[in-house]
Structure formats: C-alpha cells, structure tokens
Design a protein around this ligand. Structure first.
Ligand SMILES: [Zn+2]
Length: 256
C-alpha cells in the first residue's frame, strides 16, 4: 500500500507543472522567489501531489479555480520543503470562502465528522481534519512574504501539529529527546510571552500566540518563515527547534 502511494507520488512529482499554475504561484506567492531553484522544483512537485490528494471545496459562493487551489497548495508546500513528508495525512478537506468566513449552522465533512455551531469559525476547524480559509485572507497573507502574517502557513501548521496525535503545539518529532527538548523550549517561550504581555513589555510574536500552545506553534510558524532573522535573534532556541523540525533555515533566504 505504501509502495503504491509513494510510486503514485513520485509520478505526480515528476510531471511538468502546467504553465498557468506556475504563473499563478509566481504572481500570488512572492515567497516563491525567495526559494532556491531546487526548492522551486520540489515545491512544484508537492503542489502536484497536494492537488491530486486533497479535495478543495468552495463555500459561500466561491468557485474553486486552479488559481485558488495552487495558491493555497504552494504555500502549504513551503512548509514541507526539504524533509520527508506524508502530505498532511490528517487533512481531509480544504474549505475556501470568498471573504470573511461566516459560520454555518452545521456542515458535514467527508468521513462523517460535522463542522458545527460556534466552533465552525475561521481557523478553528483544524482539529477535525479540515482547513477553512477565506480567499481574501489567503491572498493578503501571501502578498507580503516578510510580515509574519500568513493564514495558510498558520492553518497548515495546525495540521502539522495534529500529526503528533494531539494538538498541543508540537508536531511529530523523531525521537524522545527531540520531543523533550521541544517541550522544554516551547513551554519556556510560551510562558515568557504571557509574562511579557502581562507586564506590557513589547513582544515580537503577536499576542494571539499566547492563546494556547497550539496557537503559539501556528503563530511561531508564520514568524519562522516570514520574519526569521528577528525570530532567530530574539528567540534563538525557538528558532533552532523549528529549524531542526522543518529542516529549513529561512533566515538564509532573507540574507541572500
Ligand atoms: Zn490558529
């Protein structure tokens, strides 16, 4: 089974990406231009796999076009560069609204889960295997690759978080030592943020990161990719843990 899946993925990754997809990525996702040529090739491969495996659904009247799908998939793919990945295995569906997402009363998801009531607001569906995005926010988040505000990075970080089996602000880490070190560093940084906010001290990470450990990881992911130099200089250990997990060093991209 795994052999079949990996052969299919290899085949998808080897396909040439349609020119319109590449054009949409280059114009909508400026972060793409920070990547090395090898990373760009890898990203195109990941986009092919994600588009093949993940269903996108338009909601609230939004029509899901290839531009919508590749703009989201390309950003989700940036989080996968340079390491072994199973392509967000917990993710069952990506729901896209045109603008500010309005909660629906109840909405069945593939696999029998139901997205319902007050929990169904933007960005809160991740623990049920859905990513909910508004197209406006996707474009706005992508437009500036260095403002640490990227809703796709944020929501897909929640998906990575869930791969460890719980949504506790830690992704799937390879060893017990790595898990212990991550927990130590993240807990200290999380408490430090809360403490700084309580004392009205200026913080690098935006206050939303203090909501809970899962939001801390999701927000830290936005900073790691988009404001890596600041994160590295002010939160070196946090940066180090994330660089080890993602197997990427985004600070280098911003020094080039
Ligand atoms: Zn979140």
């Amino acid at each position: 089974m795994f052999g079949l899946k990996s052969r299919r993925r290899n085949r998808l990754r080897a396909q040439a990406i349609p020119a319109q997809w590449s054009a949409a990525i280059q114009s909508n996702v400026p972060y793409f231009h920070l990547l090395t040529p090898a990373e760009r090739v890898e990203l195109f491969g990941h986009v092919q796999v994600l588009l093949h495996e993940k269903p996108f659904e338009g909601c609230g009247g939004l029509v899901v076009t290839d531009e919508v799908r590749v703009t989201i998939a390309a950003q989700a793919a940036i989080l996968l560069l340079g390491r072994q990945t199973d392509y967000y295995p917990k993710l069952r569906t990506i729901l896209v609204y045109p603008a500010k997402y309005v909660a629906e009363v109840a909405r069945p998801l593939p696999g029998g889960a139901v997205l319902a009531g007050p929990e169904a607001r933007l960005g809160e569906a991740w623990y049920r295997g859905a990513v909910v995005l508004s197209w406006d926010d996707v474009l706005r988040g992508a437009a500036d690759p260095s403002d640490a505000d990227n809703v796709v990075f944020h929501e897909f970080a929640h998906q990575l978080d869930s791969e460890s089996g719980a949504n506790e602000g830690a992704p799937d880490l390879p060893t017990r030592e790595a898990r212990a070190r991550w927990a130590r560093v993240f807990e200290r940084e999380f408490r430090r943020l809360i403490n700084d906010l309580q004392h009205a001290r200026p913080t690098l990470l935006r206050p939303y990161a203090a909501s809970n450990p899962a939001e801390f990881f999701a927000v830290a992911t936005e900073y790691f990719f988009e404001l890596p130099l600041a994160l590295r200089s002010r939160h070196a250990e946090l940066y180090g843990e994330m660089a080890a997990y993602f197997q990427q060093d985004p600070a280098r991209r911003f020094l080039r």
